[in-house]
Design a protein around this ligand. Structure first.
Ligand SMILES: [Zn+2]
Length: 58
């Protein structure tokens, strides 16, 4: 399988040439909070944390 290139904009104004991680559209460097993948993962974690809090309270 061919890995796609990350293509995230970098600070120098160029596109990231790193290979994207399989299953995502960004490389490991750009899987941060700004990427769709990062946001998705963070939301998932937040939702899980909320669920745990609610469970603990009850
Ligand atoms: Zn990248």
């Amino acid at each position: 399988m061919k890995q796609p290139i990350c293509g995230a904009p970098t600070q120098s104004g160029k596109r990231c040439q790193n290979k994207a991680v399989i299953g995502t559209s960004r490389c490991s460097k750009h899987q941060g909070a700004l990427s769709a993948y990062g946001v998705q993962q963070r939301k998932k974690k937040e939702a899980e944390a909320k669920m745990k809090k609610i469970r603990k309270k009850r």
